[in-house]
Design a protein around this ligand. Structure first.
Ligand SMILES: Cc1ncc(COP(=O)(O)O)c(C=O)c1O
Length: 396
């Protein structure tokens, strides 16, 4: 866990310098990878001083490691948080948080378009633990108000959401939830702390799948949590028991990836907007969802609270399932792969990936049509991505 820095600085400066320079081993400019499972004590007095809380240091790899701690300090700066914690994956951050903060008999409110494994965890595991859940439509504050109960402990939503990139009015959401004693947790994976900082607007906790933009190179799995020292501390205690800790090498890759976060996100923002505007004019494209387009249902909230729309553009083709598959297969630059937020562009059809667990009727009921495409632009040249999309659209 790490303390919030006294002087706030820009996201690029925080991304490069946050959390660094505290390792003790040498004058190396990069934080070392502490590839160790345990930490030794000079004598029993030292061990007892540690147990009694008089000495702060590492003990065992499931409770902490200096490489992760550097990442956590950097995240505190980036998310504007008092404390941050790192996990083996985004799913591990979410499930550990639910285990730690939802006692039996409590109530959870979530949005219908949450990441599919989050939905599965809620359905298959939380129910068994005696936690009741109410599912509401994304960005619908009226439904949220009606869903809250005296025993509601948490409201959990992504922002932007998948795949329609709905943007939550965090300040209004926090006002509604806090009036009923519920905490607000925002999964801001699609936003990154460069584009949106939910804690500044009153959210209690923010989580990220760092597998996406934070790592940024499609080469690691990690998850993060940031918020007050008290709440993050409770979740951190739970990870020490549940065991979903990140390994030191992945933590180091994340530390390295984070240094270019702001640069990469600015590039994603520019390319995302250009591609969204280009697609909106294309005759083979029925509709486009991108928060920075005036046509997006949450454009006003996004324009007010977000610095950019990010690299993911969702669009519906004017064709059927086969036409959408032909288009996807004809793209030459993006890989067909789940995930987003890395330097390589990726393309996927929600029908064959994140909403595969639903049958067609269920998918259509929540607006997931057969010809929906989720395109995650990487940091390639936008001109090349557009030329590639153009040739693939002619394959429909
Ligand atoms: C918004 C969102 N949150 C959480 C996750 C889970 O993250 P991870 O794959 O790092 O476990 C994903 C994965 O795709 C996601 O899209």
């Amino acid at each position: 866990m790490a303390e919030k820095p006294r002087t706030p600085r820009g996201s690029s400066t925080s991304a490069v310098h946050g959390g660094e320079r505290e390792h003790q081993q040498s004058e190396a400019i990069t934080t070392p990878i502490y590839q160790t499972s345990t930490f030794w004590f000079r004598n029993s007095d030292e061990l007892i001083a540690y147990q009694e809380g008089r000495l702060h240091r590492e003990e065992y790899g499931r409770y902490g490691n200096p490489t992760w701690k550097a990442v956590e300090r950097k995240l505190c700066e980036l998310d504007g948080a008092e404390a941050a914690a790192l996990f083996a994956s985004g799913m591990c951050a979410a499930t550990t948080l639910f285990f730690a903060l939802l006692p039996a008999g409590s109530h959870l409110v979530v949005t219908s378009d949450c990441y599919r494994r989050t939905r599965q965890f809620i359905r298959d595991y939380l129910m068994r633990m005696g936690v009741e859940t109410t599912v509401i439509d994304p960005a619908d504050t009226k439904q949220l108000e009606n869903a809250l109960r005296d025993e509601t402990a948490l409201f959990f939503t992504e922002s932007p959401t998948n795949p329609y990139l709905r943007v939550i009015d965090v300040a209004e959401t926090a006002r509604i939830c806090h009036a009923r004693g519920a905490k607000v947790v925002i999964d801001a994976t699609f936003a990154t702390p460069v584009n949106h900082r939910p804690l500044d607007e009153g959210a209690d906790l923010v989580i990220h799948s760092a597998t996406k933009y934070l790592g940024g190179h499609n080469d690691l799995l990690a998850g993060t949590l940031a918020g007050s020292a008290e709440t993050v501390g409770r979740v951190r205690d739970a990870v020490g028991v549940l065991g979903g800790v990140i390994d030191a090498h992945s933590a180091w890759l994340l530390l390295r990836g984070l240094k270019t976060l702001a640069l990469r996100v600015e590039h994603h923002n520019r390319s995302g907007l250009r591609i969204a505007e280009w697609l909106e004019k294309h005759p083979r494209v029925r509709s486009v969802w991108y928060p920075m387009l005036a046509s997006h249902p949450d454009h006003e909230t996004a324009a007010r609270s977000m610095r950019g729309g990010g690299g993911v553009v969702t669009f519906e083709l004017d064709t059927d399932l086969d036409g959408a598959i032909r288009f996807t297969d004809a793209c030459r630059i993006p890989y067909i792969a789940p995930s987003f937020g890395g330097v390589e562009s990726l393309i996927e059809m929600p029908v064959t990936t994140s909403f595969w667990d639903l049958d067609r009727e269920e998918r259509l009921a929540i607006g997931i049509t057969d010809s929906l495409i989720r395109y995650s632009c990487g940091v390639e040249d936008a001109d090349d991505l557009i030329a590639d999309l153009d040739q693939a659209l002619s394959a429909i």
